[in-house]
Design a protein around this ligand. Structure first.
Ligand code: SF4
Ligand code: SF4
Length: 215
């Protein structure tokens, strides 16, 4: 899984931190490092920016995987420097930020916007692949998500507006249903297109969601 993030504008970050002088910065060694939004280089660049804006950075670390429960121990290891700070600036996805907050007793502020779960299609270019709808419909297409990759979330075939294989809503994207058609053709499974999918359970997307796994 890769969570795609972007950095907030510095002015917004400084506004969030306006009541605090001493800041501790956390980054994330997994998704945010891949996205170049919260790896070591970005954390050090942020430290420089904050210092230039008159803040004191009491310390920083790149947590291996911010959203992981082991973040608790990373925070315990750095507790001295964290305790010297008034607040933490977290450079990770929303899950990572909330995990840092869960294990610290300081106000935690986001340096990043969490965008979506996706792939790096080519260096520096990310596309959304799954929007975690809670009722996976990939069985209809044998491997390509119609909910996320089709701009209209069409479940039973194309809208008819595609041009040259591109989506009418987002011409920079391939039409999901052209991709689906080509995939089914390659697999010799075009008959699948004749099937009428069961209605999708959109109530599964109601938030906040929870699940109990019987052990
Ligand atoms: S159908 Fe839903 S769960 Fe399955 S890949 Fe698409 S968005 Fe994700
Ligand atoms: S052109 Fe294709 S991807 Fe775009 S909305 Fe229509 S079916 Fe979906």
């Amino acid at each position: 899984m890769k969570t795609i993030t972007e950095q907030k504008p510095l002015a917004e970050i400084l506004e969030l931190l306006k009541d605090h002088k001493k800041i501790y910065i956390t980054g994330c060694g997994t998704c945010a490092t891949t996205c170049h939004t919260g790896g070591k280089a970005e954390v050090l660049a942020m430290k420089k920016e904050l210092e230039a804006a008159g803040k004191e950075v009491t310390g920083w670390m790149v947590i291996p995987t911010s959203c992981d429960i082991l973040t608790k121990y990373a925070i315990m290891d750095s507790i001295e420097q964290i305790n010297k700070a008034d607040a933490i600036l977290a450079m990770s996805c929303g899950l990572g930020i909330q995990t840092v907050a869960a294990f610290s007793n300081k106000p935690v502020y986001p340096a990043l916007n969490t965008l979506f779960i996706g792939w790096e299609e080519h260096p520096g270019h990310f596309i959304e692949i799954c929007s975690q709808c809670g009722d996976c419909a990939i069985g209809i297409t044998t491997g390509i998500c119609p909910v996320t990759r089709c701009a209209k979330g069409m479940l039973s075939g194309p809208c008819g507006g595609a041009k040259d294989g591109k989506c009418e809503q987002k011409p920079e994207h391939d039409c999901a249903w052209v991709l689906i058609y080509n995939r089914l053709k390659e697999l010799n499974m075009l008959d699948k297109l004749k099937e009428i999918p069961a209605p999708k359970n959109y109530s599964k997307a109601k938030i906040p969601r929870q699940v109990d796994i019987v052990q």
